[in-house]
Design a protein around this ligand. Structure first.
Ligand code: HEM
Length: 273
């Protein structure tokens, strides 16, 4: 029994030491003056929520509350970070943002809109971009690596493409995407199999009858099943198979419009697309 307690104690101490060593230099975000929470042992960033001390929205709000400090610390000073916060701080200087509204589907009319810029607006932009852009990209890259591990041929071809790119170039620029069509095809095939948002939601703006006779009424809420469409064998034969060649070279032209849309479609298409 003593041995058992000793074992449990040793495991607990080891976990604590590993946690301490990993988290003691948790200053990545701090150094970059980006609001953050310090993760706690076992609970990560959700300690307060899991212990029912705070609602999740309050935790998010606490992070948001740190943004004005970030804005103040940077305002007027050229920041070397050159990130999204720097970008939106330029709006703050102008006090208002002006833009053109989405066009009215029927009349095509567009309106000029103006919004006052305050901290709440800037904070909500930071949170929206972070929420929409971070997890989506991370999840897609994780699935890409997973498929690369399972498909050695695709992995070899991808590595060859990267090697031949670096024989001609020394740096990675945004434009290099055009010179790496196989990687692009692997990413597309990953997004086909694992679209981060498996369905889109829309509200019907006007009564509409499909050629099949299916009728939609104004105000109906509909779900567009992206995941299901991406795995439909009529559009993608052997849909469960990871095959980047579907998106490579001329084959890409054979993909029917609106059968592959991991970033959505229409006026609300993903900003990151
Ligand atoms: C693999 C990466 C990503 C995927 C799969 C993805 C997917 C999507 C999807 C499916 C939508 C909904 C579109 C619709 O309703 O038609 C969307 C919206 C949006 N995405 Fe992304 N996204 C990704 C990356 C990003 C990034 C990097 C950003 C920001 C830099 C971003 C910002 C947004 C925003 C702001 C919206 C809302 C657009 C609106 O409602 O007008 N996304 N995204």
């Amino acid at each position: 029994m003593v041995l058992f307690y000793f074992f449990v104690f040793s495991v607990a101490v080891t976990i604590y030491i590993v946690y301490y060593l990993l988290s003691k230099n948790h200053d990545y975000w701090k150094k970059r003056k980006v609001p953050h929470l310090k993760p706690s042992l076992l609970f990560g960033n959700y300690k307060e929520t899991i212990l029912l001390k705070k609602h999740q929205t309050q935790v998010a709000y606490d992070i948001c509350k740190q943004f004005p400090g970030v804005f103040e610390s940077r305002e007027g000073k050229p920041s070397t970070t050159n990130d999204f916060v720097d970008l939106i701080l330029t709006w703050k200087k102008n006090k208002v943002i002006t833009g053109v509204s989405l066009s009215n589907e029927k009349t095509g009319a567009k309106k000029e809109l103006t919004m006052d810029v305050d901290d709440d607006l800037l904070i909500s932009q930071c949170v929206a971009i972070f929420g929409a852009g971070f997890e989506t990209t991370a999840t897609t890259l994780s699935f890409l690596l997973y498929e690369m591990a399972k498909n050695q041929d695709a992995q070899t071809k991808l590595i060859e493409e990267v090697d031949s790119y670096f024989e001609k170039n020394e740096t990675i620029e945004y434009e290099c995407v055009n010179e790496l069509p196989y990687i692009a095809a692997c990413i597309d095939e990953t997004l086909r199999l694992y679209p981060v948002l498996g369905l889109l939601t829309r509200e019907v703006m006007d009564d509409y009858t499909f050629p099949t006779g299916l009728r939609l009424k104004k105000g109906d809420r509909i779900h567009v099943p992206i995941y299901h469409i991406h795995r439909n064998p009529d559009y993608f034969p052997e849909p469960e198979v990871f095959r980047p060649e579907r998106f490579y070279g001329d084959a890409k032209k054979d993909i029917k419009p609106f059968t592959f849309f991991p970033f959505g479609e229409g006026p609300r298409i993903c900003l990151g697309k």
